[in-house]
Design a protein around this ligand. Structure first.
Ligand code: UD1
Length: 430
């Protein structure tokens, strides 16, 4: 069983390169099978979720040619429309994007219901509502979602709640429906825009992505493209917060600073300096961190995927802070782990009330999900003594070479897979 072992206390200093956005890549990979021609995708993050989706796509007949760790050529010419009920599908929640892609292309799709991070109930009612509005019959049977339509027809769809997944899924299916679709109250996340840009580069006709009204005119066919995925705003934010938590000075490179505005604003509020460049941000934390209030919101609000990292920072800021989670229920499961490192946090329904402590103390903790796992690593980097993080499988779902990138900034962190390696690390750092 792999673990991270961390000796905390070193300020992170130096430069780190951010990879492609996992959440954009998942949807773009699924969308790539909507043409029979070969699609080339660059700046692909080499993480478990991506590899799981590629495996699932290969199982349904996609030809996957991984030309290097960050580039893949995909041909959807031999993809089977249904059923997509293999084990690999269950491993990853984003396999639901194959529904929109297959429904658009073949007017039929069946995909096993998603797994993924366990952060509260994550229904699919809005995806299904959208598919039905486009004229599909949708049934949930035997743990799978089955959708089929004689004709997919453009429609006017209002999403009751802002949903990234539903916006993208409907956008994909509507790209190959007959006529015009309007999605209102659409998600505005950078990866929604990236998926729209990708589909447009394949010949789709999508306007308005990045605003709350997306207009799509369906086309009959999509064609080959070469596309480079945008940088991962959450990976970038995680390193920015790691710099802040360790009183460091880090240049986070290959980012789009505009996508990081909510993250940057909070760092400034709590007393860090943030310098923006064309495609980089530098975070310097030379003063003590101050308390603040944060509420997670759909983009351009503060991202829920940065919520645990924010709590970790505020846990060692002066004064009392609050973090309100407004997107997902049950996203504070990591707080118990953080408490074992000395944090003083009380969770009342969707609000964490945080009384800053001087420092965290190293402990053995376990990652309850992807982002909370990364947040516990940040706590370990800031802590006095040694922290062991279990269940790092979750972290590897979304962070490429996390330990290597952190070591490049001077962190003492090792991925170990045995008690012997753990002892070796202890000896090395003692
Ligand atoms: C995506 C991201 C995830 C991020 C989240 C919010 C991917 C693979 N995952 O997840 O990392 O935390 O956006 O930015 O891109 N909802 C419904 N009905 C639905 C769909 C969603 O009620 O049919 C609710 C959810 O329960 C949640 C809210 O809408 O409360 C937002 O969810 P959504 O934006 O859909 O998240 P995901 O696409 O699952």
């Amino acid at each position: 069983m792999e673990q991270y072992v961390i000796k905390g206390g070193n300020p992170l200093v130096g430069e780190v390169e951010i990879g492609g956005a996992k959440n954009a890549a998942l949807a773009i990979l699924a969308a790539s099978i909507m043409t029979d021609e070969t699609v080339t995708i660059e700046n692909l993050p080499n993480v478990r979720d991506i590899n799981a989706l590629l495996e699932a796509m290969a199982e349904i007949g996609a030809r996957i040619d991984r030309t290097d760790a960050h580039t893949v050529k995909i041909s959807g010419a031999f993809v089977k429309d249904v059923p997509v009920d293999y084990e690999s599908m269950k491993k990853i929640r984003a396999s639901y994007y194959l529904l929109g892609a297959l429904l658009g292309k073949y007017k039929r799709a069946e995909v096993i219901l998603p797994g993924g991070c366990n952060i509260g109930s994550r229904p699919m009612d809005l995806h299904i509502k959208g598919f039905r509005a486009l004229g599909a019959d949708v049934e949930i049977r035997g743990g799978a979602v089955a959708a089929s339509a004689r004709h997919l027809r453009g429609s006017h769809i209002y999403l009751d709640k802002v949903s990234v997944g539903a916006t993208i899924n409907i956008m994909m299916a509507a790209s190959m429906a007959e006529g015009k679709t309007i999605i209102e109250n659409a998600a505005k996340e950078p990866h929604v825009v990236d998926v729209a840009n990708f589909l447009n580069s394949m010949g789709a006709n999508i306007r308005g992505a990045g605003t709350d009204v997306i207009r799509i005119v369906g086309v009959e066919k999509l064609h080959r493209t070469e596309y480079s995925i945008i940088p991962d705003q959450i990976e970038a934010g995680t390193f920015m917060f790691a710099a802040a938590a360790t009183k460091g000075d880090v240049m986070v490179k290959n980012v789009i600073p505009k996508h990081l505005e909510a993250t940057t604003a909070k760092l400034l509020e709590i007393g860090c300096e943030v310098e923006e460049f064309d495609d980089a941000v530098r975070v310097v934390a030379s003063k003590p961190l101050r308390n603040t209030q944060v509420t997670t919101l759909p983009y351009p609000g503060f991202p829920t995927d940065m919520q645990p990292q924010m709590t970790v920072l505020l846990g060692i800021a002066t004064g009392v802070s609050t973090v309100t989670e407004s997107i997902f229920e049950n996203r504070f499961k990591y707080v118990d782990e953080l408490t074992r490192m000395g944090a003083a946090i009380k969770v009342e329904s969707s609000i964490a009330i945080i009384t800053g402590v001087d420092r965290y103390m190293g402990a053995r903790v376990s990652a309850p999900d992807l982002r909370a796992g990364a947040a516990l690593v940040i706590a370990g980097l800031a802590a006095e003594g040694i922290t062991i993080v279990d269940d790092i499988y979750y972290i590897q779902r979304g962070y490429e070479n996390f330990e290597g990138k952190l070591r490049g900034l001077g962190a003492q962190i090792e991925l170990v897979s045995s008690e012997k390696e753990l002892q070796k690390f202890r000896l090395k750092v003692s």
